[in-house]
Write a protein that binds this ligand. Structure first.
Ligand SMILES: *Cc1c(COP(=O)(O)O)cnc(C)c1O
Length: 360
């Protein structure tokens, strides 16, 4: 069996070891004579998988007391709506820091429910940087401050979270969750679709402060109220059992590889392999992000012309590299190197890029 060099932006690579374990258990999970997909979500066998996934999240992300870990559906995109529905009260303003397309989409949903504002934006530069903390407008009347920790499409990433927000800090961490240790206590709400760093699509991780839960709006649809899920351990209705089973397996893999700190070391090594090629190419490869805002998850770059971009992408595809096209809204090239992408895949891409430059 050969595995592709998979640089897909999401859904993305999963660890081969995880897929192989899942394959072994596929038709007979834990001597039940059934696949995990065929179990009742009220059965003990499933509940163990479910509860272990939640406790692994708490352990690996060092989630302090006073937070709930929820496993929801609807992707990160439904969080864009659930946040203002639950927490954007009359007289308060949802404060959005715009660092890319996903933050714009989050803002759009807030506008449907109440007052919103843009505390800072990097749109003027086509999102090449993360705004400086000092330049972010914040006020006592903010309901919350919303950031996107890693900008999947533009390839920028918050390097630290030294924000002194008077209001609770919320973050969309879909594309860098568990890629490094995070100071959870700085946040009141963190959410992430699983399909980049945590597992397959279909499950969304939410880490929410209990204090915040108490302030949530009551007059909203049951399924869109965070309290519904918190009160029932994310088992109010049928959860995406197979996606949660895969999440569990990915979390075990992360634990074996040294946890969040182990991931950070590996991810920094992978990113520097590729950024070094860009930086040493004398302008042949041009990084989209400013150096001090660079993402170590999504590496975005262009070549000198659209023609050369296309030539690069075609030859890369023929050489077995998958998913290097930039997002349709920005074009160019992007290598997404989430947790499960191996160092070897990054080295292979480095060698390909150096060769391509020599031949062009
Ligand atoms: C992929 C992505 C999303 C969208 O996630 P869905 O699960 O498809 O809704 C939102 N925010 C960020 C930062 C992403 O990378």
């Amino acid at each position: 069996m050969t595995r592709a060099h998979n640089f897909n932006a999401g859904p993305a690579a999963l660890p081969a070891e995880v897929l192989e374990k899942a394959q072994k258990e596929l038709v007979d999970f834990n001597n039940t004579g059934m696949s995990v997909m065929e179990l009742s979500h009220r059965s003990q066998d499933y509940e163990e998988v479910h509860n272990e996934a939640i406790s692994l999240v708490k352990e690996l992300l060092n989630v302090p007391e006073g937070y709930e870990v929820l496993l929801l559906q609807g992707g990160a995109s439904l969080q864009f709506s659930m946040i203002p529905m639950n927490f954007l009260k009359k007289g308060k303003t949802g404060n959005y820091i715009l660092t890319g397309s996903w933050s714009e989409k989050a803002l759009k949903e807030a506008k449907a429910f109440g007052e919103s504002k843009i505390g800072a934006s990097a749109k003027d530069s086509n999102y090449t940087y993360i705004p400086e903390a000092n330049n972010i407008e914040m006020s006592e009347s903010d309901a919350y401050v919303h950031i996107t920790s890693n900008n999947t499409i533009f390839g920028t990433q918050w390097q630290s979270f030294d924000l002194n927000t008077p209001a609770p800090l919320f973050a969309d961490m879909s594309s860098d969750i568990l890629s490094k240790p995070i100071p959870i206590e700085r946040f009141s709400l963190i959410y992430a679709g699983a399909q980049k760093n945590l597992g397959p699509s279909g499950v969304t991780l939410v880490i929410i402060k209990k204090e915040l839960l108490e302030q949530s709006e009551e007059n909203i649809p049951t399924l869109l109220n965070y309290n519904t899920h918190a009160e029932k351990n994310s088992l109010y209705h049928t959860p995406p059992t197979f996606a949660i089973y895969m999440l569990n397996k990915v979390l075990q893999w992360v634990k074996e590889k040294g946890g969040a700190a182990g991931m950070q070391k590996r991810n920094e090594e992978k990113a520097s392999i590729l950024y070094d090629v860009i930086d040493n190419s004398n302008g042949f490869y041009r990084g989209h992000a400013e150096k001090d805002s660079r993402s170590f998850m999504n590496i975005t770059f262009n070549l000198a012309s659209e023609e050369l971009n296309q030539k690069f992408l075609t030859e890369a595809k023929n050489a077995g590299f998958v998913g290097l096209n930039g997002h349709r809204s920005v074009g160019g090239c992007r290598a997404s190197i989430y947790n499960a992408v191996s160092v070897e895949s990054c080295q292979a891409l480095r060698d390909f890029m150096i060769n391509f430059q020599q031949n062009n």
